[in-house]
Design a binder for this molecule. Structure first.
Ligand code: FMN
Length: 194
């Protein structure tokens, strides 16, 4: 394995982002994935998608219980290349920002930050109050990268999958993972005809 990534999924709307991320990573033989699902993420997988929790778990190399605070990824001595939280609820964002590491997802994120590894969060809520904005500002000062699931339209997405895939491919860009799924802006300002 040339890369080891932790994927955390929490209970914000947007479970398709985390699932698509795992799907893409599953097809990359050099990347090992460690998955942690919150209770609310499990619920929202069933509400928002046609996947079962078991099917999602099968996409990862290792799955850790959110209650297993003694798992490998809870320690900085276990080397990883970083972590993605997709989607990231405001509750999980708050816990990460305050090092309130009472479950494996938030502990693993705290470890990634303290070890100065890459932490990418896909926070999702709307509308946002000042408290949400403050949390995002503070965690950003601590080194996390905020990559909210906000679609771009310059690449002319046609399906929901286009939108989801473009967002998670940009997240993987941040780890230097070339998925071949992004549409880099080339400075071409051509108008779309149809
Ligand atoms: C269908 C559904 C959608 C939700 N969407 C959001 C959301 O977009 N953002 C958010 O912060 N919380 C959202 N929540 C609330 C969180 O799931 C809730 O705060 C939960 O306690 C988060 O726990 P977790 O961070 O451990 O997953 C949603 C809950 C449900 C049931």
């Amino acid at each position: 394995m040339t890369m080891r990534l932790i994927v955390g999924m929490s209970g914000a709307s947007g479970l398709p982002y985390g699932i698509r991320l795992l799907e893409i990573l599953r097809d990359m033989p050099d990347i090992e994935t460690h998955l942690v699902l919150s209770e609310a993420a499990r619920l929202n997988i069933t509400i928002e998608t046609s996947y079962t929790v078991e099917a999602v778990k099968e996409m990862a190399h290792e799955v850790h219980s959110i209650r297993n605070i003694g798992a490998s990824i809870a320690s900085g001595s276990y080397r990883t290349d970083g972590m993605i939280v997709a989607p990231c609820s405001m509750k999980t964002l708050s816990a990460i920002t305050h090092s309130y590491a009472d479950n494996l997802l938030t502990r693993a994120a705290d470890v990634v930050l303290k070890e100065r590894r890459r932490l990418v969060l896909m926070p999702r809520e709307t509308p946002l109050h000042a408290g949400h904005c403050k949390l995002m500002y503070e965690v950003s000062l601590m080194g996390a990268i905020l990559c909210p699931p906000i679609p771009a339209f310059y690449n002319h997405p046609r399906t929901i999958d286009d939108i989801v895939t473009a967002s998670v491919a940009r997240v993987l860009d941040l780890f230097g993972v070339d998925t071949g799924l992004t549409t880099p802006w080339t400075g071409n300002m051509e108008r779309r005809e149809d």
